[in-house]
Design a protein around this ligand. Sequence first.
Ligand code: NAG
Ligand code: NAG
Ligand code: NAG
Ligand code: NAG
Length: 441
Amino acid sequence: MKREIGIILGLVLLVRSNPMDQSLRYCFLSDGERSKTASEENGIAIEEDYPDNVGKMEFSFDLFHNLRSDDEEMNLFFSPHIIHQALTMALFGAKGETEQQLREVLRVNQTKLELVRKFLAETKVLRNSSGNSVELAVANRLFFSEEEPVRMCMRATFENDQIQFLDFKKSDEAERIINKWVEAETKGKIKDIIPKGELSPMSRIALASSVYFKGRWEQEFDKTRTKQSLFYVSPDKITQTQMMYLKGNFKHGVASALQSYIIDLPYKGNSHSMIILLPPFVAGSLNETISRLTADTFYSAVENLRYYKNEDYSFNDEVEIYFPKFKTEQTIQLTEALRSIGVVDLFNPEASNLTDFSEKPGLAFDSAIHKSYIEVNEEGSEAAAATIFLMSRQGRLHPLTKYEINRPFAYFVIDNTKGNEILFSGIFKTPKTAKIVTEIL
Ligand SMILES: *[C@@H]1O[C@H](CO)[C@@H](O)[C@H](O)[C@H]1NC(C)=O
Ligand SMILES: *[C@@H]1O[C@H](CO)[C@@H](O)[C@H](O)[C@H]1NC(C)=O
Ligand SMILES: *[C@@H]1O[C@H](CO)[C@@H](O)[C@H](O)[C@H]1NC(C)=O
Ligand SMILES: *[C@@H]1O[C@H](CO)[C@@H](O)[C@H](O)[C@H]1NC(C)=O
């Protein structure tokens, strides 16, 4: 009775660049900070808690709102966490206005040195935190042209894991190497993240980030109960999908501020959870819930659910859950979305200032590609259809004992140990593989 979920994705930022040379300690210090002594610098402790998780969550929802589509059949899946990390790597090389824009979008105000230290410590931990429950591997790497005399301090800081030199003149070969690396880091799930011909012999830096996540539910779905069931793309548009079934104790209830039901499906070990927001069965309700989503409303809804903090109905008791088995793969061209949330200069060779990577002006990112994949899978199932859909009254929602997730919903894989940091965000509107079976006009 194994019920597993795997989530994989990768992100690539392409850059044209060149170089320079400095000592490691001075690499990420501003002029003012350089007056501090080495021992002072070495003495700075890496922050152990995550005071910036609110900012990170705001960034997550900025992107979420930007990437979501009004299209009734457009699912969404991406990792705000990995995009935040990739942009943080870009920030290490940025100065002036380019740096300021990144700081505002990422909501970071620590010094670069602090950020780099934290980044290295965090990625070291995340690089391979495959415990016995949740498997999580995050990897970031800068690929430089081997002709570039990259600043020594950059080499020193990111050597081993995070930096690799390639012959970009043979761009096909370079593409292949980067794609292979992402593929290996994502256990074969993300292939060909860089489309053929995207790298040119002029390319001098590519930045790739990838994350692989695989977790098993704390309480597994009952494989024998998986059935072909109805899924309501909208109240009058019905399709079919494999629906899993589970009966068990869960934190669940109503998030009034989001006009939605909320369910916490923890992974084994409880370090991570999938939070499902299931709006009532009313046309346009997912749109309503999504438009109410902010860092604040989301965080509060999760905390209310966990700690019974306010008048929201929240319970921890036995419920029945019907949940679709699904797989979503998505490639997102992030450049426009990033521009519209404020990362403007980074993609403009006229304006970008990446002089901490290279002193030579004109260095700018070519593009940002995000590829993601999620699979909620289960072996073996029987087909049959029959389900009852929930019809909710308008106004106050009442708690349920049976959650039929047979209509569009939003889901978030969060890290419970880091202030509910959002690892992955998704909107599920329709089972991709299914055909619409009924369309009532
Ligand atoms: C980059 O920003 C720094 C700091 O603001 C500035 O001194 C430098 O002139 C800028 N370089 C370019 C090429 O814009
Ligand atoms: C950074 O931002 C936080 C929250 O906005 C603020 O409390 C803190 O004082 C800021 N730190 C610096 C050095 O500006
Ligand atoms: C992670 O660690 C596990 C066990 O310690 C090992 O089998 C696996 O190869 C490691 N993965 C990576 C990407 O280093
Ligand atoms: C969803 O809400 C937005 C405003 O928040 C609106 O522009 C859009 O038309 C709505 N879409 C649907 C399908 O109702």
